[in-house]
Design a protein around this ligand. Structure first.
Ligand code: GDP
Length: 481
């Protein structure tokens, strides 16, 4: 009954949004990606581009001067934090990176433009920034506590690591049939979270294990809905007795589904029209074959979310209406421009199985390598008679290279290494590269400071970028015709 009423409510909302968008065309653009993928920097650069301009040859509406102006407007959702664009632009203008995404936030831009046939039009662009970790929770909706528990315990046994050892020891000490106890639940959740975090760190941020909010709690940190953990349950155990630790964990796991997962998919995800998924592919490549493999799985899991709706129980509630998805490898400015196409090729290759498998219900999918803010410039360095295609930038204070610690003020040129031309090489350890050939990507990325903004003839500060115009053309260009 609840489901039925909910469906009517959602159908009503979808219809109301549809009708209002007929008179006031609106795009809800989702920006996601795992932590540190580059969401905050991307959104800030996008807003800066639309409101202040810059060089965007491939973004036709802006390049041809048809966009008269873009302005910020009050956002439609009163319960969602506002994306702090002013703070982020201020940080970038001081050559500091802004604070990264920790939870969902939103901002509305209203774009006044001239259509190709000369009519004055307006397009409203709602930007919705949310952690990619939250998407990885979707499969939990179809899993019982017992199934999720068993999967988590198997994962732990396969690769415990240091944090896993502490969690494993505590887990063995727990008796699921013992009386429920808050302190036990808090300690279990703490150790389990530390273990998830260490998995994430050792796999360079690509690890997939849910629940996503344990890694990115937003404003729910410390709530009972986030204070649970798996238990080592005997297969086909009898239903838990009321008041037991097992019963308490089930209750909280279900609260997590009800309070956290379902509302996010229903209230935010299902309302997106377009989506960009940002990926720090170079961090994975640098970390080696296992991280690349995990990245590929993460892409699969993320793309799976876009075709939910066919066979799933909850599909009817959050059948996505997304028409375009852009997968973007970020921070391409760490590489010389001769490698940008290779990076794009690698991401396309990594995503291919997921794109082929997913029935994306007609959504257009594209892939790009970009830098929302280009923090390096190209340079050539002669070494032993060889000319190396390098990049030059100002490493962040504390970055270390060959034993040298940078002070955050000195610009250096460095050779970042070459990406393999064959993406399959990335899945092989360097010692067994194809044909005995070398593949040790050994990419060296120094984290660099943002660039000094350059000024237009009118004195407006603009940010350099790589292929941000291509991303904008794909994501919104067709709606500015
Ligand atoms: P989020 O967690 O997805 O919001 O990630 P951020 O947008 O905060 O980016 C994380 C970090 O990646 C930043 O602090 C920068 O160090 C780096 N970064 C992000 N975008 C770029 C880019 O376009 N170029 C360079 N060089 N670094 C970037």
């Amino acid at each position: 009954m609840f489901e039925f009423l909910e469906q009517i409510r959602l159908a009503g909302r979808a219809f109301a949004e549809f009708s209002s968008h007929l008179f006031d065309p609106t795009i809800r653009l989702g920006i996601t990606g795992l932590s540190r993928a580059g969401k905050t920097v991307f959104i800030t650069a996008l807003i800066n581009a639309l409101t202040r301009g810059g060089r965007f040859p491939v973004f036709e509406a802006l390049d041809s001067g048809r966009i008269a102006r873009a302005r910020l407007a009050p956002q439609p959702d009163d319960g969602v934090p506002r994306f702090d664009v002013e703070g982020n632009i201020a940080a970038l203008s001081q050559r500091n990176w802004p604070e990264s995404t920790r939870q969902i936030s939103e901002l509305r831009l209203v774009i006044d433009y001239q259509s190709k046939n000369g009519a004055q039009r307006t397009l409203t662009l709602d930007l919705v920034d949310y952690p990619g970790e939250w998407l990885l929770d979707l499969p939990l909706l179809e899993k019982s506590y017992e199934t999720w528990s068993a999967e988590s315990v198997t994962m732990l046994r396969q690769a415990p690591g240091t944090a896993g050892t502490a969690w494993s020891a505590f887990l063995s000490s727990l008796d699921p049939s013992a009386a429920e106890n808050e302190q036990t639940a808090i300690e279990a959740a703490r150790l389990f979270t530390a273990y998830l975090q260490s998995r994430r760190e050792t796999n360079e941020g690509m690890s997939l294990a849910p629940p996503g909010r344990f890694l990115m709690p937003g404003d729910l940190a410390g709530t009972p809905a986030l204070t649970f953990a798996p238990l080592d349950l005997a297969p086909h155990a009898a239903p838990p007795a009321a008041g037991s630790l097992h019963a308490m964990m089930i209750r909280r796991y279900e609260a997590y589904q009800d309070i956290v997962v379902r509302p996010f998919f229903r209230d935010h995800f299902a309302r997106l029209d377009r989506q960009i998924v940002l990926v720090d592919a170079m961090a994975a490549i640098n970390a080696g074959p296992r991280a690349v493999h995990e990245l590929q799985q993460a892409l699969g899991a993320v793309l799976d979310c876009f075709h939910v709706g066919r066979n799933t129980l909850w599909g009817a509630l959050f059948r996505p209406r997304i028409g375009r998805i852009l997968l973007a490898a970020t921070k391409a400015d760490h590489l010389h421009q001769t490698s940008h196409d290779r990076l794009e090729h690698i991401l396309r290759h990594l995503a291919a199985p997921a794109v082929a498998k997913a029935d994306l219900a007609g959504a257009l999918v594209d892939v790009a390598a970009l830098a929302a803010v280009r923090a390096t410039r190209e340079a050539t360095v002669e070494r032993g008679g060889e000319r190396l295609a390098c990049v030059a930038g100002t490493p962040l204070a504390g970055e270390v290279f060959d034993g040298h610690i940078f002070d955050g003020a000195t610009e250096v040129a460095f050779f970042p290494g070459d990406l393999p031309s064959n993406p399959d090489d990335l899945f092989r350890p360097s010692s067994v590269a194809a044909g005995g050939g070398r593949h040790d990507p050994d990419l060296r990325f120094l984290k660099v400071r943002p660039p000094a903004p350059s000024l237009t003839a009118e004195g407006v500060a603009i940010l350099p970028h790589i292929r941000l115009d291509r991303a904008l053309q794909f994501l919104i260009g067709d709606r500015l015709q």
